[in-house]
Ligand binder design. Structure first.
Ligand SMILES: [Zn+2]
Length: 249
């Protein structure tokens, strides 16, 4: 039963994250004015803002102008609800669960903003890092060593790569990696970076082969870091065990 409540709570938070994803890159306030249709500017009524249901009822169109509403809105709501449910199923109702809920409340908008705008705003990456450090004081999930080495590894490795391959890695990626290090600690941050480069590399090759992108075209790296962090939170330890079994036993 509880998981249904968590899922519904996730839908509501996802609805707010949609506002962040839309407004933050445009430099608009998160709280004011109330939601409007991006097409016609009409202020939306509460019955138009019910997660998922409004989208289905309105068949993906604005109630005023009939303009198409992006499928991204219900998608973000569903992804948030799905991740919240996973956090609950893995960590129960604990402070550790709270830690990972906060983690993904930052990561979900960062994922979509970087995908669309090639941008990881400081307004999200700095609080991500600070929240990671503070929440660890409360949960004590990571040792101090793990936290500090996690941050140094995330920040340092990406900074190094940015210096070697000038222009490839952005400052936002470096700050994001420091935040991931603060939440995941060492050694899980290493696994996250490894997975991010692995999937990033495969995707890059596919995009080149299918001629969707040319050499030197920009591909945002943030979504790969965030996708890898998601895998690491839920299956990181399993993957390490599996990896060690294959290669070292
Ligand atoms: Zn409209």
């Amino acid at each position: 039963m509880e998981v249904i409540v968590i899922f519904l709570f996730g839908l509501l938070i996802g609805s707010f994250l949609n506002v962040v994803i839309y407004r933050l890159p445009r430099g608009q306030s998160m709280l004011y004015p109330p939601s409007t249709c991006p097409n016609c500017g009409q202020r939306l009524k509460p019955q138009h803002l019910i997660p998922i249901l409004s989208y289905l009822y309105l068949k993906g169109r604005c109630a005023y102008c009939g303009g198409m509403i992006s499928f991204k809105y219900p998608l973000v709501e569903l992804i948030t609800a799905f991740i919240f449910s996973l956090v609950y199923l893995k960590f129960g109702l604990t402070t550790i669960a709270l830690k990972y809920l906060l983690f993904f409340i930052f990561l979900i908008p960062l994922f979509f903003i970087d995908l669309e705008n090639y941008l990881l705003p400081d307004k999200l990456t700095y609080p991500l890092f600070l929240t990671g450090v503070i929440i660890n004081l409360i949960t004590q999930e990571l040792s101090w060593k793990s936290l500090i080495f996690g941050v140094i590894t995330g920040f340092g490795l990406l900074l190094l790569l940015a210096l070697i391959f000038r222009g490839g890695m952005g400052g936002g990626d470096i700050k994001l990696a420091a935040g991931l290090g603060a939440f995941l600690g060492f050694p899980l941050i290493l696994e996250t970076l490894f997975l991010a480069f692995f999937f990033g590399g495969i995707t890059g090759i596919i995009l080149l082969l299918t001629k969707k992108k040319a050499r030197g075209d920009m591909v945002p790296f943030g979504p790969f870091l965030i996708g890898a962090a998601f895998i690491t939170v839920f299956w990181g330890e399993k993957i390490i065990k599996w990896y060690l079994k294959i290669f070292f036993l």
